[in-house]
Design a protein around this ligand. Structure first.
Ligand code: HEM
Length: 568
């Protein structure tokens, strides 16, 4: 049997299999196995008249090779052809062919910078994968993320290593997502936040106390990670972690950070996440990371409810008529609570301190605001002054504009069975996954004047509290030049995303960030360690879905009135 005869039989099957895979995107391994192995095995059997003969092994081998080669050729030819629905959108050739390249580049942590370069080169709409677009145009934020926006993208399938068992964040079916989302909204409402304030005060006090006990420069970023993890464990599970006192003996943060690197790869190749779940040795970091969240949730469910923590709401304990969700759902949401609530906040807080410690005037302004509203005797845990802290709010916004904790934002997808989405002259066909990357939108000169500068004053100008002509300009602005037009396109400020599937933890995160900045700056003078190059922070700010950041070495000088009430 010649290779030509084998090929003649297998090529049509390969083209057919490609059409099936293209139309019915599926993550079922048995479907993949049937489509990838079934036709060449059948062809080989047909060519040997369904009899075991000595010629079978070479025929089977030829059949497999020619079938898979034809399948790969068909896929690549289609993706590069003018018939592909995304053919009209520009993007590098290697990204049009396969997601293997983008997945490999994601491991460098520089996806956000790569996307920024792609937009610079190709324009506002770039084909970043065979079936993926990145859009850096403000007019898409409402239509894609707003009330009638699109469902979540397929990337969470990879990160969850399942398309059926996943935390709420990845659920693509909108009604199901909104149903799972309701208890989160209740558990993170303004009313619920009031209940979390004493936990906040206690943990912030402990952070101050532990920092007071350190000598020499500290890695402030590390302490903020400990704080954020402990506080989120308090809020979500009522207890469960004490990194501030005990240190990270169980390497929780390595587990989270290693897991996020593997997640980033699986985001680009969702099917790979599902395959990896079958190979525990390969999926180690991701499994450990998921298991950590599930363990905390299970322990909380066994302990029962001691306080009105987040799980009190997630278990529907506040609604006597509603049955609790399944144990699996509650366990899956444990990972979400921990990662969504602690990794993001600790990144954002680290960026806030980095920005303050590299801008003397902003640092002084925040210090004055804190000293005015929190004189000696006024506890830093008092949240009633938060709404008066306009400069601090401007600093937090500005740090998250420059360093969004989720640099590429949350993926969306036009469902396979829906009509194309049309925004202006752009047609987004069914099956397309889309990013609206905050890192790119928030640093775009069309959206913000002096886009690369830390300039908190822009937020005060935009809200009418400061006149543009009176505002100091960022140090990078050219002296003696006329002030450029003031541009502030706030709709593109989306560190928490937008619309009904945005971040429900925004209020909690804001309360946490304000409280920690107030607690630390009320009690310590701070400066960066001599000799540390601040440019390192920008260069080493990496995107592994949530951002990884370098150390932030800070020298702390206790102020006279350090509040040392101990919580031992
Ligand atoms: C600075 C801190 C934070 C940032 C920048 C942030 C950002 C985000 C973003 C961009 C999303 C994706 C939303 C979307 O798909 O459109 C998200 C989702 C989510 N965040 Fe946050 N987040 C932060 C803090 C928190 C906190 C403290 C919690 C509390 C538990 C939280 C809980 C969640 C949850 C549950 C989701 C899933 C929402 C959904 O799919 O409906 N986040 N967050």
């Amino acid at each position: 049997m010649s290779l030509r005869e084998v090929s003649l039989l297998t090529i049509p099957f390969a083209i057919l299999a490609h059409q099936v895979l293209r139309r019915y995107e599926t993550y079922r391994i048995y479907v993949h196995a049937c489509l990838l192995l079934g036709p060449p095995i059948l062809a080989a059997a047909r060519l040997t008249s369904f009899r075991p003969t000595p010629a079978l092994p070479p025929i089977l081998f030829n059949s497999l090779v020619s079938y898979l080669a034809a399948l790969v050729t068909s896929v690549i030819a289609y993706r590069l052809s003018p018939f592909h629905p995304l053919a009209q959108y520009p993007g590098p050739l290697w990204r049009r062919i396969s997601m293997f390249g983008p997945a490999a580049m994601a491991t460098t942590g520089n996806r956000h910078r790569a996307f920024a370069s792609l937009h610079q080169k190709y324009g506002d709409v770039v084909r970043t994968g065979p079936n993926e677009l990145s859009i850096a145009d403000a007019s898409f934020v409402g239509p894609l993320l707003g009330a009638s926006g699109l469902p979540k993208g397929p990337n969470h399938v990879g990160a969850s290593m399942s398309d059926t068992k996943m935390s709420m964040v990845g659920i693509q079916d909108i009604p199901h997502h909104l149903q799972r989302r309701r208890p989160w909204n209740r558990g993170l409402s303004q009313q619920a936040l009031k209940g979390y304030e004493p936990l906040m005060a206690e943990r912030a006090q402990l952070l101050v106390q532990r920092l007071t006990q350190q000598s020499g420069p500290v890695d402030l970023g590390l302490w903020l990670k400990y704080f954020a993890y402990d506080f989120m464990s308090d809020v979500a599970f009522g207890d469960g972690s004490d990194l501030l006192r005990e240190g990270d003996k169980a390497n929780i943060w390595s587990i989270i950070e290693d897991g996020m690197v593997v997640c980033t790869i699986a985001h680009s190749l969702p099917w790979l996440g599902i395959y990896l779940s079958m190979i525990p040795s390969a999926a180690g970091p991701m499994l450990a990371f998921q298991e950590n969240g599930r363990r905390l949730a299970r322990e909380r469910l066994e302990r029962g409810s001691k306080t009105r923590d987040l799980y009190h709401y997630l278990c529907n304990e506040d609604l006597s008529d509603n049955p609790p969700p399944t144990l699996d759902e509650l366990a899956d949401d444990g990972t979400l609570a921990i990662v969504a609530g602690s990794d993001t906040v600790s990144v954002a807080l680290t960026s806030v301190f980095y920005c303050l410690l590299t801008d003397t005037e902003a640092h002084r302004n925040v210090q004055q605001e804190i000293d005015r509203l929190y004189p000696v005797g006024e506890p830093f845990s008092e949240t009633k002054h938060h709404r008066e802290m306009h400069y601090l709010q401007a600093v937090i916004n500005e740090a998250m504009r420059l360093f969004p904790p989720i640099p590429l934002g949350s993926q969306r997808q036009v469902p396979h069975d829906a009509a194309s989405v049309v925004v202006g002259s752009v047609v987004i066909p069914p099956g397309t996954a889309i990013y609206l990357p905050p890192w790119v939108l928030q640093r775009d000169p069309r959206n913000f004047t002096f886009p690369d500068a830390f300039w908190p004053e822009r937020w005060l100008i935009a809200s009418g509290q400061l006149h543009y002509g009176d505002a100091r300009l960022p140090s990078s602005a050219k002296r003696g030049h006329e002030r450029p037009d003031f541009v502030h396109h706030e709709a593109t400020f989306i560190p928490f995303s937008a619309g009904p599937m945005n971040c429900p933890g925004k209020g909690l995160a804001m309360m946490e960030m304000r409280s920690v900045v107030i607690a630390l700056m009320k009690n310590f003078g701070m400066k960066l360690r001599d000799g540390w190059n601040p440019a390192t922070f920008d260069q080493e700010f990496k995107d592994y879905f949530t951002a990884a950041r370098p150390e932030l070495p800070v020298v702390l000088e206790p102020r006279l009135h350090v509040e040392t009430k101990a919580y031992e």
